[in-house]
Ligand binder design. Structure first.
Ligand code: ADP
Length: 811
């Protein structure tokens, strides 16, 4: 009975069993007491009844009988108390099985009622104790258990007539029982018993049975309780105790000290005891150590501080070594540079007097520090050492594998002087870390070199392309641009650049629609997928480009990039437009020449006859009608002259033309017209403007046409017209610009504006030949005329500037 559970359960069972027996005895005694009380009650009822019968016979019936009967007469059945009582209680007791009544006497008159030994023994107890008037008890009688209630019978004086002297006794009595038995009694003499017996054997048997049933049930309950308790004990107590023991064992393992021996069959109590014992012993040890520690604390703190300071110095040195290695990597341009600087620094850190690096790759060679030193050759298995990443420390050398996590790069060797300390085994981790760091540095250097080579190659290809080329990010920011692209940006930049500022290319030239640029894009292809986008862009200065935007495949997580390639096609486009325009002019010119010739003669005849008619007419109405004919004939003549101007071949007189003087004379004429229409005319001509190679008369006609159109276009009061002249940056050309703030020219009209007979003016006001004539004249002077819309119409005339030969030709 070793385990706590066994002890607990057995102890509990014994206690419960004792308790069960105690309760069984208690129940049994209680039931027995109950039985005795009930039986006593019944017996006293019976005896009270007996008493009542006897009293009635003695005090009522017998005296009455004596009065009525002759003096000597005696009727036993009515006058003998004993007789009547026995008759009523015994003989006539129909339920004699519940109690038995006996009135017995020692020397009884009727031998049937002589006291038997049991009754005589009771009488002796009454005789021995005269105070005892009643006896009640459960006793054994003839193998039966019975309840006995008895009271003594003592003679009174009234009884002595029949039980005293036989001579005085009634004759009837003598005749019935004789004169020997039942006489010579005294007053107060104890002669017999009134006794009631009741069988209680059955009832006691029942009590026993109930007690046994209780005990059985209790035992059964106890068994069930035992089993339940066992389970609960296991779950709640044993398991937790084992856990506590486990905790003790875990924190205080046996090998850490000398825990008490626990035998294999030791119970939980022993285990806990062992655990607590170990715990206490460790606490004791700890306390002793703390005391010891406290005593030596100061010294230990000083030692530890020194140790920590030394460690910190070492760590600092290591960190500065790594930082320095990084710096060396940043500075180094070549492997040799990197390795020489690194070897010197690493050898310095470890106190080595020589160092060498052996390159793993064939042809990589080796490098040594100091450069004039001749370090011993590497061991034969050095490649294996590097491949396995194994550090080898000998007495005088440290062989450090140089590698990244997956690539072997070489072997770093440090050699120590025979007089000083050798490689420190505790610095093994540091050696390995340095090997790895050097491996990474070499790898980075290789990667940077290859990147730089690729970059240079890409740059040379990029710059080798003669057309503008740019790499853009998704927001059209320029990542990279070749020299022609930069040149173009500079040429298009109309603002002075700050020092270091890169000029920007116009957004539309990068393939983006730019809301600030005028919408003079002539052709565009829409494409949102991976295909290139082709666009033709015409910039405000008239230069036009065929722009192709190539989308690049974006790698994950990166925004999309584009390559923009722009090819200038200004000359091509200009030539094309001029060819088209010339074709139109030639066709219309031929038509106009024929028409003019055919119409000119009839018109001359109309004018001549009208003149003749005027001289002969006097009727005012007729004269008015004639004026209408003359006006319309004059207008037809003007149109005809325009047509002839347009069709007539003009001799080119590309003489030097002083544009300043020409513009000044024109301005004088048009200022008057402008004032009449309340329109402001501004003229700006730089003083150093070169002479133009142009026919002054033809140029005047062109400018007049443009100024007249501008006057027609602007609104009175607010209208403004500007006539500006400027030289190109290379002073090879001069430009004349006529700009107004009128409604401008709708994009749909722009391609037709120089066509003959294109007019938007009312009939009779415009012939549509002004710009066509201007175009022809400019072409004849080797110049150009262009128009664009900047909120109003802007006409730009470009003429070659007059250089040396021109001046000589036309002094
Ligand atoms: P016309 O003046 O007889 O109509 P032009 O050849 O001079 O013929 O002009 C052709 C057309 O060009 C004009 O009808 C007008 O619609 C347009 N145009 C010319 N100059 C301007 C201008 N400064 N502003 C707006 N539209 C103009």
């Amino acid at each position: 009975m070793k385990t706590l559970k066994q002890r607990f359960l057995v102890g509990l069972s014994v206690s419960m069993a004792v308790l069960g027996v105690f309760f069984a005895v208690l129940i049994s005694m209680n039931l027995r007491d109950q039985l005795v009380t009930d039986t006593e009650h019944k017996a006293s009822l019976v005896l009270s009844q007996v008493e009542a019968i006897q009293a009635y016979v003695r005090e009522v019936l017998r005296p009455a009988m004596y009065e009525r009967l002759p003096a000597d007469d005696f009727i036993l059945e009515a006058m003998s108390t004993s007789f009547v009582t026995r008759k009523v209680m015994s003989d006539l007791n129909v339920h004699g099985d519940q109690f038995r009544y006996r009135r017995v006497a020692r020397g009884a008159r009727n031998p049937d009622y002589e006291a038997d030994p049991f009754e005589r023994a009771i009488m002796e107890r009454f005789a021995a104790d005269p105070q005892l008037t009643r006896l009640e008890e459960i006793t054994q009688r003839d193998d039966d258990e019975v309840f006995v209630a008895a009271r003594p019978v003592r003679f009174e004086a009234s009884c002595l007539r029949c039980h005293g002297d036989p001579a005085e006794a009634p004759k009837a009595l003598l005749a019935r029982y004789g004169d020997t038995r039942g006489f010579w009694r005294h007053d107060g003499e104890l002669v017999g018993l009134d006794m009631v017996t009741m069988p209680v054997g059955g009832a006691l048997g029942q009590i026993k049975g109930k007690t046994i049933s209780f005990l059985s049930l209790f035992a059964l309950g106890l068994g069930a309780f035992y089993l339940t308790l066992q389970v609960f004990f296991d779950r709640l107590v044993v398991v937790n105790l084992r856990r506590v023991t486990e905790v003790m064992r875990r924190y205080f393992p046996k090998e850490a000290g000398e825990p008490p021996k626990i035998t294999a069959d030791a119970g939980e109590i022993e285990e806990i005891y062992a655990g607590i014992d170990a715990f206490a012993s460790r606490l004791k040890e700890a306390r002793e150590k703390i005391e010891d520690h406290a005593q030596n604390l100061e010294g230990k703190v000083a030692d530890r501080t020194r140790e920590l300071a030394r460690e910190a110095d070492e760590r600092r040195a290591d960190v500065s070594l790594f930082v320095e290695l990084l710096n060396i990597l940043n500075r180094a341009q070549t492997r040799a540079e990197l390795l020489t600087a690194t070897l010197a620094r690493i050898a310095g850190r470890f106190g080595a007097n020589a160092a060498a690096y052996e390159c793993e790759f064939s042809g990589g060679g080796s490098i040594a520090w100091p450069t004039d030193a001749a370090p011993p050759p590497p061991p034969a298995d050095w490649r294996q050492l590097v491949a396995d990443g194994d550090l080898r420390l000998t007495e005088r050398a440290a062989l450090i594998p140089v590698r990244t996590t997956d690539v072997s790069r070489g072997l770093l060797r440090l050699y120590f002087s025979p007089n000083g300390p050798g490689p420190a085994p505790e610095a093994a981790d540091l050696y390995r870390a340095i090997g790895q760091q050097l491996g990474i540095a070499l790898e980075n250097l290789d990667a940077i070199n290859s990147l730089l080579a690729q970059n240079a190659l890409l740059g040379s290809i990029f710059d080798g392309i003669s057309d503008p080329l740019a790499l853009l990010d998704s927001a059209s920011g320029i990542i990279m641009a070749n020299e022609p692209a930069r040149e173009l940006a500079r040429a298009l930049c109309d603002q002075p650049l700050l020092p270091g500022q890169t000029p920007r290319l116009p957004a539309r030239l990068l393939g983006d629609p730019d809301p600030t640029d005028p919408p003079d894009q002539t052709a565009a292809g829409e494409n949102c997928g991976d295909d290139p986008i082709f666009t033709t862009v015409t910039l405000s200065g008239g230069r036009s480009f065929a722009v192709t935007r190539y989308p690049l495949a974006a790698s994950t997580g990166q925004s999309r990039r584009f390559v923009v390639y722009a090819r200038e096609n200004t000359a091509e486009r200009r030539m094309l437009t001029q060819m088209r325009q010339t074709e139109k002019l030639v066709a219309v010119g031929k038509l106009a020449a024929g028409l003019a010739h055919e119409i000119n003669n009839p018109l001359g005849v109309i004018a001549c006859y009208a003149e003749l008619l005027r001289q002969s007419l006097i009727d005012p109405q007729s004269l008015d009608d004639l004026a209408v004919i003359e006006r319309h004939a004059a207008m037809a003549k003007k149109v005809l002259r325009d047509l002839l101007d347009f069709a007539r071949p003009r001799p080119a007189k590309p003489g030097p033309c002083d544009l300043g003087a020409l513009i000044a004379s024109l301005a004088r004429i048009f200022e008057v017209q402008g004032q009449a229409r309340r329109v402001a005319l501004a003229v700006a001509v730089p003083e150093d403007l070169p002479l133009a190679k142009a026919d002054a008369v033809a140029l005047e006609q062109v400018l007049s046409n443009l100024l007249l159109n501008a006057l027609d276009a602007v609104a009175p009061d607010t209208g403004r017209i500007a006539l500006t002249a400027k030289a190109s940056p290379d002073r090879q050309h001069v430009a004349l610009i006529v700009a107004d703030n009128g409604p401008g020219i709708p994009p749909a009209d722009l391609p037709h504006i120089f066509d003959p007979f294109f007019t938007t003016k009312d009939a009779g006001r415009g012939s549509g030949l002004g710009l066509a004539v201007a175009y022809g004249l400019m072409r004849d002077m080797n110049g150009t005329i262009e128009v664009h819309d900047e909120g109003g119409a802007v006409f730009t005339l470009t003429l070659p500037a007059c250089l040396g030969p021109c001046q000589e030709e036309n002094p």
